[in-house]
Design a protein around this ligand. Structure first.
Ligand code: GLP
Length: 256
């Protein structure tokens, strides 16, 4: 097992593919644990998973742990990641609410909240981790830096991230500048990881993540070290890889 790259014509097809991997994990494990992500990228995956649920896939024995949450937004705030998950997946399936974990962005003691979240992660090793990627290569909210933190922590979001995520808010002033994020340890301990990226704007970071050196300045590049990592792309996000004849050959990339 090593790096697997799948390039789809569009994000909907990719979402169906990733949901079918999730189904395999869910059916194989007695107590499956899914690591979940937010953002626009995983939406086709959640749609496809809800579809599978509608067609009979049972999720009642599944535990979920989300990557991150904004500091200062409670779960009923429409821009919070808990709210996003409720809308996209939790409320549409038979997942038990008590088995769904998202950091609490309004906890009084944030350090205590990080510790509580790490205890949850320790109890529930992730079988299947879904990831998107920030334009600067962040995963969860593990931002580019000289160091990466292993444990759940509070992070000050980079200006570029605040700007990029402003599209979900009415104005940029409303975007929180802090978040709680799972550290890289829990992500790397996941047994299987899928990173999805769609659209031309992700082409450059995807090229760096897959072909570049492993560097904390591009957090997603550490995924090169994982033993079961899948990059699920569309033609636009894979365009720089596909334009690189050497990479195409060494990675065995084919799009018919
Ligand atoms: C946020 C999330 C990341 C996500 C990223 C990309 O910053 N914390 O987990 O990968 O957005 O978002 P999008 O999928 O909308 O491009």
């Amino acid at each position: 097992m090593a790096i697997t790259i799948r390039i789809f014509k569009n994000a909907d097809d990719a979402g169906i593919y990733v949901a079918s991997i999730a189904e395999m994990v869910i059916r194989q494990q007695q107590h499956p644990v899914l690591g979940l992500a937010t953002g626009s990228t995983p939406i086709p995956f959640y749609k496809a998973l809800v579809n599978l649920y509608d067609c009979g896939l049972d999720l009642s024995h599944v535990t979920t742990v989300n990557l991150d949450e904004y500091v200062g937004l409670s779960g009923d705030h429409p821009q919070s990641y808990r709210y996003f998950m409720q809308e996209q997946l939790f409320s549409k399936t038979n997942l038990h609410q008590q088995n769904t974990h998202v950091p609490n962005g309004v906890a009084e003691d944030l350090d205590q909240e990080c510790h509580r979240y790490d205890q949850i992660l320790q109890k529930h090793t992730i079988d299947f981790q879904i990831l998107g990627i920030g334009l600067n290569g962040h995963i969860g909210f593990n931002e580019p830096s000289d160091t990466l933190l292993a444990k759940t922590h509070v992070v000050h979001l980079k200006e570029a991230t605040v700007k990029s995520n402003a599209r979900f808010f009415e104005s940029i002033d409303q975007v929180p500048n802090q978040a709680i994020t799972m550290g890289v340890q829990a992500i790397l301990q996941a047994k299987k990881i899928v990173l999805m990226a769609f659209g031309e704007e992700k082409a450059s970071i995807i090229e760096q993540v897959i072909l570049g050196d492993v560097s904390t300045n591009i957090p997603a590049s550490i995924l090169q070290l994982h033993q079961d990592i899948h990059f699920v792309l569309d033609i636009a996000s894979a365009s720089k890889l596909l334009a690189n004849e050497k990479a195409k050959k060494t990675l065995g990339l084919k799009v018919r």
